[in-house]
Design a protein around this ligand. Sequence first.
Ligand SMILES: [Ca+2]
Length: 494
Amino acid sequence: MPPPRASSRLRWRSRRPLPLLLLIALFLAGCGGDAASTPLARSPAPAVPLSGAPPTIAATGTGGSTIAFPPVDPAARPTAQVTPSRDGVSEGVRVTGADRWHAAGLTGRGVRVGVIEWTFNETEKYLKGAKFTARSFRDDGKTVITNEAELPYGQLHGTATATIVHEMAPDAELVLAVITQDAESFTRAVDWLTFTARVNVISFSGGWYSGYAKDGTSPMAQAVDRAKAAGVFMALSAGNKASGTPGTDSVEGHYRADYRDSDNDGYHDFAPAGGGRGQGAMTIRVANGILKLQLDWEGHRNPDAAYSFFLNDSGGKRVAWSDPARTSDTDTPYAKLEAQLPRGNYALYIRKEGPDTPDLPVEMFFVGAQFPQITPEGSLNMPADARGSMTVGASNWRTDRVEVYASRGPTRDGRVKPDLYGPDCTTSSAYSSFGGEFCGSSAGTPHVAGAAALVKGAYPQASPDDTLAWFRQYGKTLSGNGLRVDLGPLPPRG
Ligand SMILES: [Ca+2]
């Protein structure tokens, strides 16, 4: 059995074997079939009574009702002095002030949180004391998967995220939804959690990188919008693809450019860092483990265009090349490569296929390599681009700095993302037995989801935009320009 991964984020000096990370839109065929699930009993949410005072917060999100939160005294919020965890509970509970809400009896009781993932393993060990049910959106109905090939983040990732939600909102009821790598299963899971399980919050630490327009129009994004319109706070991870250059410890990232072949050698000109004449190839460093590359050319708009890419070794020999792929729901073309190559330098070439393919924007996401040229802008995954998404980036709990690898917007239609940051590199009971921290937006997202559950428990009338407005009022401004989730002062008793 391979060693479990202690982090959702891949690092250059990763332990062997390099675990799979998501990137992938491996659109598996024929996903369908609902499995049986445990019926959910709905319980009323006890509320902290609203005092009837004038509104102090205006919702600033898109749509949604606005309620009047009672005034609170910001000075009543003590400065958290957070030290590393000694009990396995995430430092994020104390960083965000959730511990103070717990002490006041605000624990998310009566709130239901959906957590979406590819498997939930060892829940009996790590979700002890939590109230939860599980539902499968796989053909085989399983909720516990051990085949690593089906798991973009490994076996414990889902349980680790659910554990953070539980630690943040210990009396919230969890509904664990197991999906496949086909994005269509995500869409079904969101609709079921929203309209059948009737959750109040959804947490999803994952996403897709290719095959869809990153402008909030994909089927996944539409499902997110439906959920939000129905009152669900959608906490979705932004991803960790804003780094991945040599000299960093990150081996995942994003490159984007307009295709250009000014020297007519048949290959995309990679612009050198200092400007000047482009080069026909980019020399990338491949790490140990599995290399995953995906190339998009806005195929949803250009279904007849085709691009491909390949890698040459240092001797000029072609050693790996892309395969054409299409999404299962929208039939959008893209190109992908998954390979295991010896660690070292390789020349990456991108070219157009066929005389009718115009010059289009090309975008590549990579895992298991480092690129000398990267594009942090637009490095979001999907459906973090959704209008209804409360997109969460990673900020380090110790420093309150935005992580250099934290994926960012804008979306292709120019909207700012992420909406919030959540603490990462926190202690995780699921991962700590292996000596690791839980880093990346996968860790930040369930902290935000759990915080949203606490607000919802205190203010059952709060819409998703109301909850976001609460966080915008009381969140901590980060160095690196972002807002880290914080519960803020205790709601007044009235
Ligand atoms: Ca060229």
